[in-house]
Design a binder for this molecule. Sequence first.
Ligand code: 6R9
Length: 631
Amino acid sequence: MLNKVENLSEYFLAYEKSIANTDTFWERVANQFYWRKKWDKVVESDFEEAKVEWFINGKLNITENIFERNLFTHGDKPAIIWEPNDPKEANITLTYHELFDKVCEFSNVLKSHGIEKGDRVIIYMPMVPEAAIAMLACARVGAVHSVVFAGFSSSALADRIIDCEAKMVLTSDGNFRGAKSIEVKKVVDEALEKCSTIEKVIVVERTKTPVEMKAGRDLWWHEEVAKASSKNTAEEMDSEDMLFILYTSGSTGKPKGVVHTTGGYMVYSQFSFQNVFQYNSDDVYWCTADVGWITGHSYIVYGPLLSGATTVMFEGVPTYPDAGRFWQIVDKYKVNQFYTAPTAIRALQAYGLEPLEPYKLDSLKVLGTVGEPINEEAWHWYHDHVGKGKCPIVDTWWQTETGGIMISPLAGHTPTKPAYATLPLPGILPVIVDADGKELKGNGVEGNLCISKPWPSMIRTTYGDHERCKNTYFSTYKGMYFTGDGVKRDEDGYYRILGRVDDVINVSGHRMGTAEVENAINEHPKVVESAVVGYPHDIKGQGIYAYVICDMEGRTEANLKEEIRATVNKIIGPIAKPDKVQIVPGLPKTRSGKIMRRILRKVAENDTSSLGDTSTLLNPEVVDEIIKGAQ
Ligand code: 6R9
């Protein structure tokens, strides 16, 4: 199979070659794709300037590598199997031929409404096949897609539309999620009141909930594709032309638009998919993520489809109609590779073994996890009860910015170890540094995780603000990409990710900037100041704990807490709602006025025995009050 490492010694060999001679290694991988014109140079990079380019002057279209390259060999193979929220509703299977026709049709729709190469298109959609079709159609015509998770609020959506000056929004009337139905189009309408760049909105009919269609702006997807031809020639893209922007949280208040480009992303998403999951041509692969996150981009859509895989797309949630839903789907499609998040595993673990009993799960060969550290207990539960002790677990560490999986076992080849992401993929050179930036060499060390060599799918810039990209990722440690994660390399040279070392928290595998949540809380008119920290949460991994100073006049504490949660829900979305809100008389501050988050974290973790010296604070007395009121 294309680009696939077949055993452990081949991995070690490939790794060695990839580090010793990076250009030759990636050139070989890239040669397996269809380029209209090959590159003049493999890579050029300058980490000081955050400037990285791959396959320079290469010309291609990523969708030609999914479709035209492969239709003769597997045109009739299922590309996407879509499973609806409600198991009683009919599923949809699209073969590569059928998906190709739909992508071409929608490419023509985009063009007929003035979308040209380089235009930004927002996709705010539930998990329906049209979401994948929309992404691929954008890529085909050279438009830059920016998928916004459909759980974000109208104001979060508006911020993203404004930041990338998008011309079009692709959305749906509504969204079925478990027992709920969400009015998606309404959120778009609200967002667009604040945006001036959007010319057209195309709406998929999914829930048939009544929507307002604004004349001259809003169009129905099905009416548009009915008029469109299914013949379309892909736009020629430069290897470094933008493929997509995906917004993610950082340690400042404003989410940043991570930019990925065409050639390098294509090569790495396919290469990593193939190798980590060890996909074979008749396998059925299922990743439970949402296309609103990077995992959905690289490992529901691009990686699998570039590999000619059959990828399952699930609209619903793990617990609807019951906690056996995932396992029922695994049996229904005889899923071979199953990829999910630790938070989902922990949530299902809490239901016990009964929901698993009706299902065989004997098709499973590989289990994967992503998004946050997996605790050993959840690892064993997954391994023993889902994988029946016979499926390797690939604990895949990576980020929106890395574009693809960076540290992970290669299924069946790399010996696994609970809670360890194990070893880097070929071409990836992790470096551990201490707080002063000194490299910690050898095994048995712990520090901050950096990557010291460029890899094809790495972030190119943060949209509209290159300085921010430089400062966030390339300035902390000279000559290296800084991940923001802490890591340990054990005696065997295996990597274990320890979690974020910056002001980013990871709630149910979703990244959340503490400053972002604070900004939302501060929008409440009664809030004077707030500080947000993460704390250990049994299911979510981390929960959100907010300390808030409020003007209490005319409010009870209970009212105020609920209002604060509602404010965050409105400004960001339900995923950012604080689990705990504590009204406090003050926040512990240093003499220079900085909030001492370390103390707040300790209180939230219920570990007040080791607060350290608080006497140098500007207001030491406040600490006792905070401890007294802790939840
Ligand atoms: C793919 C994705 C990235 C952050 C990352 C880290 C955490 C992801 C992990 C993991 C431990 C793993 N993370 N995978 N931590 N083990 N296997 O999740 O991207 O949403 O950008 O989040 O998630 O902290 O820095 P993104």
